[in-house]
Design a protein around this ligand. Sequence first.
Ligand code: NAI
Length: 256
Amino acid sequence: MSDTTQSQPARPLEGKAALVTGASRGIGRAIAVHLAELGARVACVATRVENAEPTASACADLTDGARAYGVDVADHGAVADLVKQVGGDLGGIDILVNNAGITRDQLLMRMSEDDFDSVINVNLKGTWNFVKAAARPLMKAGSGRIINIASVVGVTGNAGQANYAASKAGVIGLTRSAAKELSGRGVAVNAIAPGFIETDMTSEIPENERAKLVSAIPLSRMGASEEIAAAVGFLAGPGGAYITGQTLIVDGGLSL
Ligand code: NAI
């Protein structure tokens, strides 16, 4: 083990409070559990509180102060109320991770207005709802981290995902703008753009398409949720202190 590794505290997020959306499963669950491993108190948010409870209980095995909450991230007023409630329950919010997201894939010509609106409302407006609600308390505290989960297709575009790619490109623009507004008050804002990650979201892709996708990935495999969680842990911890407004692509080289 190198000296640099030895000098890192084992639980660098001890004393910090984190809120993670979309924490019931997949990448969001892995992020919540990893932040708990690093010592943070974690508010696990899902559409319904009972869906977030198993994650909160996994976090509670690792750290004090894990709790479950339910909200529709697209509901502006409900998100504002929830952020106040979590701040009260956990004694503030130091780390906000906007992970909740949906897909409604369809070729542009066949995509319905509802397919477009619902993806923008959850992925982009949902992220903005939380950034707006948390901005004031984070700025008042004079420190904090916001990490938004975008997607590599927000950078590259993707056939059949015009709504999703637009929402994720929007998340990247929102991240950069929020970084410019909030960094002067000590709040770093970054995005992570995952590639092709093994979760429920990608489980329905037919085997032949999956093989084609994997063959286009230089590291020759799909990513794991834990690999996205590790990047979140880095940006939320001491290593991320001087990084803001960036989009960290974690895609096994897919977008090269
Ligand atoms: P998933 O479908 O397994 O989980 C999504 C989570 O978001 C669930 O907990 C769900 O309850 C929550 N959610 C959905 N709509 C919500 C709403 N209106 N209000 C509150 N919560 C809501 O998805 P996965 O794969 O874990 O993805 C997580 C994030 O990572 C998403 O933002 C997704 O777009 C992004 N991503 C995933 C990739 C992948 O290959 N799986 C690739 C690139 C980005």
